[in-house]
Design a protein around this ligand. Sequence first.
Ligand SMILES: [Zn+2]
Length: 399
Amino acid sequence: MTKMTGTRLDQNPAPANAPGRKSPRNPVASETARPAVFVGSEIYRQASFGRNHPLAIPRIATVMDLCDSLGWFDGNVFQHSSQADPETLAMFHDPDYIEALRSADNSGCVSRSMRKQYRIGTMENPLFPGVFQRAATAVGGSILAAECSLSGKIAFHPSGGTHHGRPGRASGFCYFNDPVFAILTLLDQGMDRVLYVDLDAHHGDAVQDAFAAEARVFTISIHEQGRWPYSGAVDDRAQGAARNLPVPKGFNDTELAFVIDEAVLPLAQRFAAKALVITCGADALHDDPLSGLSLSNGALWTAVEKLTQASDYSVVLGGGGYNPWSVARCWSGLWARLVGQKIPDRLSGQSQQILNTLECDLVDDDERCDEWLTSITDRPRAGTLRKQVCQTVASVLTN
Ligand SMILES: [Zn+2]
């Protein structure tokens, strides 16, 4: 496959940790493994989103603990993200909104007018202690991830992916928009063609809108049709800066592979991207309670792998995901695949214990599967390639 990367950066000699080079530290790394960095923070161990919110579940801390228990953080691959300061946040967000979220977090309350204007302190985007710090840390993490990617390492930042955050307001559980900052960092560092691919079950609306007038960025979103935020129709191209692939309920592994091979990779080559940012929400998985898509985690890993293999500079973010078991298994397994670690068929008792402590109001007890506690890899969910998916792919390829 032709590399997406262009000319200027390719003229430099390959760094010692260039893509494709096998890590000497990792005896089980696959031939396709390349150096990678995991960006995280201890802040994700703190409770968040209050009660009765789909995101009031452990996600990143569980991924960190699971990866650690499996020995997947050996070799100095973990990087702590710092908090983006207000000046940095103002590169995309409105200063009055930044100050409103900061002061609301400090005071623990929000006025009616602020709630209306900034959509904070609502059921959707609740105030909780540390909300500002947490959201600003996700932005800091995506900036760090983008910087790390420039050395040729794949940068994985699973707490990123807040793709609905708007310049002047919160939206869809997102207070700030860290994918925008990953892209801005790459642009600032001289990457003049940045591809953004959004595999979350929801349309990457605010990232698309942020760069709709920016010729250096091209966005592609695959998402469930008819689901919030109800944007991202197939004919929505943001004046040429975007392609959208709304997909039907039950979207399966076979269909995702088809969409990646026949639409996303050809579009990426047509754009001649130099760098890549992916939002890989875990809410497109079959076991997620808030979407109707039907993917296995392995299908998502393969999709991400194909994209990162086609780009020399890759940032991989998380996103949505509301079943804590499938989130932890999906993003831990994705990290293993990115860094070339072997995923065991059956987890050890210590790793099982980490998954065993999880709880979730959105998943009934009788829906829980034994393999959510004993394994990382889902059973594959191959299926029929439907005509609608083929038509959508054909449609986005037309000029
Ligand atoms: Zn989502």
